[in-house]
Each structure stands twice: as C-alpha cells, then as structure tokens.
Ligand binder design. Structure first.
Ligand SMILES: [Cu+2]
Length: 133
C-alpha cells in the first residue's frame, strides 16, 4: 500500500536530513559571511556598524529593527532608494540624512546613550532603533 510506504519512510528521512544539514551549519559558523549576512542585516566593518537600508515603493527595510551602537561609534547607512528622501535621526541634537535615489552612504554618530530612532516622515516609517550604549 502506498500509504504504508510513506509512513515507513518518514522516520528514516528525518535523521538523514539532520545529518545533511548539520555539517553545513558548522561550516557557516566558522566563516564571516554565512547566510545570516543577508542583504538587510547590520554588520560590523572595522570600527563601524554598517546597516543596509532599502526604500522601495514607499516601504523601508529594515522596519524598526534594533541595532546596538556604542557612544561615538560610526553608523554607516547604506541607502538604496527608488526615490529621494530624508531620514531623521532622533538623537540630541537631531540629525537629518538626505539621500538621493539610487545608492548612497551616510555616516552618523550618536554622542549620548539611549534609544535613538531613525525614521522617515514621508512616508512615515521607523527604520531603525539604535540602542546606544
Ligand atoms: Cu523625525
């Protein structure tokens, strides 16, 4: 019976899958750019934290993601936008980042601890929450 054949296969397939994926995971943990280094994840480059930001059809990626930053540490925003606009950094004092359409890089630093929002007002969207320590 086909039904019986399928149930007999299942217990065998699971350990096989685990065996196949486990070495892959181990290998990725040892390298700097595994699958976790996807296009929208923050990463550290030298002393800076680099965060890719994408604006497409009025939607921002990331969307309120928390990023840890040290006081005085440089945050590099790699902006890729299909339309020019402005980001607000709600630090004290507030900072504004004007970006063009296309790709551009913007550096900011925050000189006191706290949670600082990086947002767009047009369209309204929280892009990042910087946890500054
Ligand atoms: Cu604002």
């Amino acid at each position: 019976m086909p039904g019986r054949g399928r149930t007999r296969l299942a217990p065998l397939a699971l350990p096989l899958l685990l065996a196949l994926t486990a070495p892959g995971l181990a290998a990725c943990g040892g390298s700097d750019d595994g699958p976790s280094g996807s296009a929208s994840s923050p990463r550290t480059e030298g002393d800076s934290v680099v965060v890719p930001v994408t604006r497409e059809d009025g939607t921002f990626t990331p969307n309120g993601e928390r990023v840890a930053l040290e006081v005085g540490q440089t945050l590099v925003l790699e902006v890729t936008a299909d339309e020019a606009g402005e980001l607000h950094v709600h630090s004290t004092p507030e900072q504004e980042i004007a970006y063009e359409s296309g790709s551009s890089e913007h550096e900011i630093t925050v000189d006191r601890p706290g949670v600082v929002e990086v947002e767009s007002h047009d369209p309204d969207s929280i892009v990042l929450q910087l946890e500054v320590r």
